[in-house]
Design a protein around this ligand. Structure first.
Ligand SMILES: [Ca+2]
Ligand SMILES: [Ca+2]
Ligand SMILES: [Ca+2]
Ligand SMILES: [Ca+2]
Length: 316
């Protein structure tokens, strides 16, 4: 197995695949490994890495990857621990991989396939994923979970502060509660500021929603400060209505209290033309600000409209 400084040169034929694994895999790798793989394919192709298994000592034994054939430059990926790594892809036809272990504690390491793919082969992050850059996509559940997953740590930035979401024309962003669809943690306090271009509005649609009634709340309003212009507050399992901002900025907050958690929410936010308007149908109650709820929710002893008008003038 590789000793310190060990370098393997690997050429992958067009459409070919080469299997690479850590020393002694699937048994534990030794201490003091420093193994490098320099992978190359034909000039008009690129290399795509898919992992079959991965486990190293988090914080001590590292897998790194980058473009080109020099391990000191162009790194775009670093992985360690027991999370399943995403697929990664080189920019050009050369890519380096390097695995290092320290002087104690080992795991079984990794096994991967390096495939030669056309330059048209691209990786696009699903909407719910975080794009770490260089098309490295990680699941949203790993955002703000206290563990850095992106090489630059961007998944752990701005976690208890304000998250800015810029929406290009007709672009969609997905906002999820922490760990969704698993239960969100207690004591979360998250603010998203959604921003569209000047002549546009923002439309927010709830794809799933479940929070603790009256204690874990989503609020929304116009502008870029959650201190003002609120027009929406929601909790519990009733599906929330679509929301449309007045202008090109809108804020959303989520707060959970100190006990009882639920699966939270998945929200889609899209930039729409400023001419977009929403009108409540005959079977709906207009809460104001184009917020429409089913007429059946009028006088049901539960307040859905922000100003409570659905529970006013109910008689008795
Ligand atoms: Ca180790
Ligand atoms: Ca993370
Ligand atoms: Ca709660
Ligand atoms: Ca009601």
């Amino acid at each position: 197995y590789p000793f310190p400084g060990d370098v393997s040169n690997i050429f992958v034929e067009a459409n070919g695949t080469v299997e690479i694994s850590s020393p002694l895999y699937p048994s534990n790798y030794p201490n003091f490994v420093d193994a490098t793989w320099l992978i190359e394919t034909q000039e008009d192709r690129r290399i795509r890495i898919t992992f079959d298994g991965f486990e190293t000592k988090r914080g001590y034994d590292f897998f790194n990857a980058g473009d080109g054939n020099d391990t000191s430059t162009n790194a775009f990926f670093r992985w360690h621990g027991d999370r399943e790594p995403p697929d990664i892809r080189s920019t050009g036809n050369q890519m380096w991989l390097r695995f290092t272990s320290d002087n104690s504690d080992t795991e079984n390491g990794f096994s991967l396939s390096a495939a030669s793919v056309p330059t048209t082969d691209i990786l696009t992050c699903p909407l719910a994923d975080i794009d770490c850059g260089h098309d490295v996509c990680i699941t949203n559940a790993w955002q703000c979970d206290g563990q850095s997953d992106c090489l630059n740590g961007q998944d752990e930035l701005n976690c208890d502060k304000v998250r800015i979401v810029d929406l290009g024309a007709n672009e969609m962003a997905r906002l999820l509660s922490t760990l969704h669809p698993s239960n969100y943690p207690d004591n979360k306090d998250i603010t998203w500021i959604l921003r569209a271009e000047a002549d546009r509005k923002i439309r927010v649609t709830f794809l799933s929603f479940d929070t603790e009634y009256k204690f874990d709340l989503v609020r929304a309003g116009d502008g870029n400060s959650s201190a003002a212009n609120a027009f929406f507050e929601w909790s519990w399992t009733k599906p929330p209505p679509e929301l449309v901002s007045d202008g090109n900025e809108m804020w959303l907050t989520f707060t959970s209290d100190g006990s009882e958690t639920r699966s939270g929410f998945s929200i889609s936010a899209v930039s729409v033309p400023s001419t977009y308007t929403k009108t409540c149908s005959a079977s709906e109650v207009d809460c104001g600000h184009s917020v429409c709820i089913p007429a059946a929710w009028q006088c049901d002893y539960l307040t859905e409209c922000f100003d409570g008008r659905d529970e006013m003038n109910c008689g008795n």
